[in-house]
Design a protein. Structure first.
Lengths: 84, 84
């Protein structure tokens, strides 16, 4: 009888360990899913921010060209003087 | 004897299943580590790109101010004419 009880206890412990490990597996799988979600969100945000950066760099180039053109126009016009 | 052999086979199978599950646990933990690495890399890259974007926006504001100033200067100077 004692031997049978021991076997039962042993079986219950093993069952418990198996459940703990399976629970750990489930949690890890959920964590992987969550991290992969976050990763793809970051990918999207980084891509969008880089596109915005690229647009702004283009805009900056056109502003620089406009400034050059305005400087050229200014140089072509004489300063108005008191004596004119 | 047959009963003992069956128990042995059963034990070997259970051992094999446990190894498969522990291997799966190891792989999932490695995957979590790898994903967390990637996530923090994305965080850093996104932060750096946003800082760059913010700098460019400041620069753009100063270019717009420069363009406004140049327009004002141009308006203050008369067009040079052929007859002057």
């Amino acid at each position: 009888l004692v031997d049978m009880e021991e076997k039962q206890i042993h079986g219950v412990e093993r069952q418990h360990k198996a459940e703990v490990i399976l629970q750990e597996l489930r949690l890890l799988k959920e964590k992987v899913d969550h991290l992969e979600d976050q990763k793809s969100q970051y990918e999207r945000r980084l891509k969008a921010t880089k596109a915005e950066l690229s647009d702004l760099q283009q805009l900056l180039l056109s502003k620089n060209a406009e400034i050059d053109s305005l400087h050229t126009q200014l140089l072509a016009r004489p300063l108005s003087t008191e004596t004119s």
